[in-house]
Design a protein around this ligand. Structure first.
Ligand SMILES: Nc1nc2c(ncn2[C@@H]2O[C@H](COP(=O)(O)OP(=O)(O)OP(=O)(O)O)[C@@H](O)[C@H]2O)c(=O)[nH]1
Ligand SMILES: [Mg+2]
Length: 302
């Protein structure tokens, strides 16, 4: 049997639907999704099998004009993911078309795209009329030499099979990179922290989601088969701590319940989740926070 395997980087502006597509390809939620921009902070790998091919999808943080250290480290991680991949899939949103952000990414692709295939995936086709799609596909292909163009809805699944089949055929021949039954290569403590960060992000507003981070501090296996998971939510201000806790602890309680339910479903066993909020004004400048997130602190240097 000839096997194929390789890395496929999903890149695009924040909110393009990269994580949604990764989860659909893998068939499980390994990367968190919210309606807000800049949800994904580091590279997250998910593994999918298609016949004799093993597709290792690399979800990346959205590409945008970085301002803070964290933003710069995220953008560096995204381009790094593309540079390491066999194939790059650029995702754009059908209803937004060729934005300034997309133009910037196309410029970056001139260099990173060298020597590897780049496919275009126009996502969220459920939001526009078909005529508009053809125009956008033509416009985009006039700007860059895409190997192929796909029109998809990552959320609803339209066109995803075609993309998957094409990717499987384009990957180089070679042995599989992960055991056949593995779906992610993120440590469980990080997946668990991400689940909590997703639930928090969904409930918090304005700048707060961008100024907090979640870490799993300890993970204990209990004799009864359950797990005790202790996590810390870092915020930058006292006021933020109050908001995260909510009136009478309402918010943190809801977050904890939702995260625990998702974690239990993922692990298929009972979980005791304990959340603690700590004010750490400078966490965005601490290298340890970056390594916990899977980012390189130095990438944030100006
Ligand atoms: N209507 C529609 N919404 C979608 C589709 N795919 C993704 N979304 C939504 O778009 C939003 C962003 O999705 P994500 O998967 O988090 O986007 P992302 O590209 O990973 O975003 P960042 O991690 O911030 O870079 C979510 O609310 C998704 O539910 C789609 O095909 N159609
Ligand atoms: Mg994402």
């Amino acid at each position: 049997m000839t096997t194929r395997a390789g890395f496929i980087a999903l890149i695009g502006e924040p909110n393009a639907g990269k994580s949604t597509l990764l989860n659909r390809m893998v068939g499980a939620k390994v990367s968190i999704v919210t309606h807000k921009v800049q949800t994904t902070r580091a590279r997250i790998r998910g593994v999918a099998m298609e016949g004799d091919a093993q597709l290792v999808f690399v979800d990346t943080p959205g590409l945008f004009k970085p301002r803070r250290r964290l933003d710069r480290a995220m953008v560096a991680a995204a381009w790094g993911g593309a540079a390491d991949a066999d194939i790059v899939v650029l995702m754009v949103e059908a209803h937004r078309g060729v934005t300034e952000g997309v133009e910037c990414i196309l410029e970056g692709l001139e260099e990173i795209g060298q020597g590897r295939k780049v496919a275009l995936a126009i996502n969220k086709i459920d939001k526009v009329k078909p005529g508009h799609l053809l125009e956008l596909a033509k416009d985009m292909n006039g700007r860059y030499g895409f190997a192929e163009t796909f029109m998809i809805s990552a959320e609803r699944g339209h066109g995803v099979e075609d993309l998957r089949t094409w990717l499987a055929g384009e990957l180089p021949e070679g042995p599989w990179l992960y055991p056949e039954d593995q779906i992610a290569d993120l440590p469980m403590r990080m997946i668990a922290a991400e689940m909590t960060r997703e639930k928090l992000t969904l409930r918090l507003h304005q700048e707060l989601p961008y100024q907090m981070t979640v870490e799993t501090e300890s993970w204990q296996e209990r004799k009864d088969g359950s797990a005790r998971v202790d996590q810390v939510i870092y915020v930058v201000r006292d006021g933020h701590k109050g908001i995260v806790l909510g009136k009478g602890g309402e918010t943190i309680k809801a977050v904890s319940q939702a995260a625990r339910a998702e974690l239990e479903e993922f692990l298929n066993r009972k979980v005791h989740l304990f959340l603690q909020v700590k004010v750490r004004p400078n966490w965005l400048e601490e290298s340890e926070r970056y390594s916990e997130m899977g980012l390189d602190f130095k990438d944030g240097n100006t």
